[in-house]
Design a protein around this ligand. Sequence first.
Ligand code: PRP
Ligand code: URA
Length: 211
Amino acid sequence: MRVHVADHPLITHKLTVLRDETTPSPVFRALAEELVTLLAYEATRNVRVDNVTVRTPVADAAGLAISKPRPLVVPILRAGLGMLEGMVKLVPTAEVGFLGMVRNEETLQPTTYAERLPDDLSNRQCFVLDPMLATGGSLLAAINYLFDRGAVDVTAICLIGAPEGLAAIEKATEGREVTIVLGALDEKLNEVGYIVPGLGDAGDRLYGTVG
Ligand code: PRP
Ligand code: URA
């Protein structure tokens, strides 16, 4: 597994405002979108491309075009939805699939309540979006869905991760082509499975409490 933790003052600045408990939802949503665009730059470093030639007004120019099948972007609902626009801004030709998951806040186990993905992901590069990688249960379930359908490699973009979740994913995906790109790697999980210092409940901060 390849792990990349962002090391850029602009990213840390935006994350600092995101973490602040006084930051209101509209600002939180705008920042989450901006952060994904910045992290997607690194996450797409190995996106598959073909050599192409275009004709400029002056001469032929060698360039690159994103290969087919097109990359698949998969936000994990609900909170991952807040990252979708920022990702497709950078890769507008990507296709989008959806996974709806919710973590039971007592057992910390995720359940899947919605799934809209192509049946066949053979030869597909997939990009999963979820702001929080806590125990890693939700992200691992998403990664397994994609590999079970034939994906060749999966890159996850998360705004904040916990060391416990990273270790769990590394262990469970040994031998697979998995990359995790994080805005920050925090200290730990607390006794109720929240990332410390983290930013609280990402879904609630984006969209409010659903009860
Ligand atoms: C949050 C977050 C991740 C998950 C992380 O979602 O967006 O999906 O928890 O926790 P884990 O790594 O321990 O699985 P949540 O279940 O709160 O649902 P929501 O996005 O609808 O708020
Ligand atoms: N889900 C969140 O939204 N935040 C955490 O800190 C952990 C899981």
